[in-house]
Ligand binder design. Structure first.
Ligand code: MF3
Ligand code: CO
Length: 243
């Protein structure tokens, strides 16, 4: 898990440099593929088939722009100045997965996009901080909700974080909002991915005809940050960072 997390962090480092106005999302996918190869890792998302019969995921990473929330497919789309670019990245090392996402602004952006990005980035930190041993899964979403909603943004409800390990998606689901029950107790050794998706408008989502790209129903902007973490005796530890 640690090695996979490091590869994911390295991919993010290279992708951050590459994400500039004028680059296509397909080129970003090639950058990610290159870093995976250099490290002897395997792609995690490529050919992912959550339900048999669904089109296998065709990219190494997910590139979701502006009103696209998650699972955008890399291709010919060229990043424009001010675009909100979500890069969701996974890698497999020795059979274990790492999964992390960031939102970047190509160029400067405006005040609203910067506030959205900063709120989402901070909401992930707050969610991670709530992932203490002895707390429950539901405490993560409750902490995220208590931070995000008073700032006037909405949280996506149809997609959640997840357990992660030998598979990309394992139980339990990790919602980014408060639910009825608080869920299972967090114990040392558990590995989960926390991934708040924050919208400027409403929380409703829709999937495009490509079968993958999730967009906001109202076409408003969305931001997404994600880390894979391990619960330790002394608290949460982020696996998908170089630090
Ligand atoms: N980080 C994304 C998630 O947990 C990865 C999606 S993989 C894909 O949902 F293959 F479905 F794109
Ligand atoms: Co994930």
């Amino acid at each position: 898990m640690r090695s996979a997390g490091k590869v994911v962090a390295m991919m993010h480092e290279r992708l951050r440099e590459a994400t500039q106005p004028g680059v296509s999302t397909g080129e970003l996918d090639r950058v990610a593929r290159e870093v995976i190869k250099e490290n002897g890792a395997q792609p995690s998302f490529l050919n992912y088939e959550p339900i048999p019969g669904i089109t296998p995921y065709p990219g190494v990473i997910c590139t979701s722009v502006n009103e696209e929330i998650v699972h955008g497919i890399p291709g010919k789309r060229v990043i424009q100045d001010g675009d909100l670019v979500k890069l969701d990245v996974g890698a497999v090392v020795n059979g274990f997965h790492g999964d992390a996402a960031v939102t970047l602004i190509a160029g400067e952006g405006n005040e609203t996009t910067r506030a959205l990005v900063e709120t989402t980035r901070r909401s992930l930190e707050i969610g991670i901080e709530a992932a203490q041993p002895g707390n429950r899964i539901g405490d993560i979403g409750a902490a995220i909700e208590d931070y995000v909603l008073p700032l006037g943004f909405e949280l996506v409800r149809e997609y959640t974080g997840h357990g992660i390990g030998r598979r990309l998606h394992e139980p339990p689901q990790v919602p980014n909002y408060r639910q009825g029950g608080r869920g299972i107790v967090l114990k040392p050794g558990m590995t989960i991915a926390i991934e708040p998706m924050v919208n400027i408008g409403g929380w409703d989502t829709r999937v495009l005809d490509d079968g993958w790209t999730v967009v906001t129903e109202d076409g408003e902007l969305s931001a997404h940050f994600e880390h894979t973490i391990v619960i330790t005796e002394s608290g949460p530890e982020v696996l998908t960072s170089l630090g």
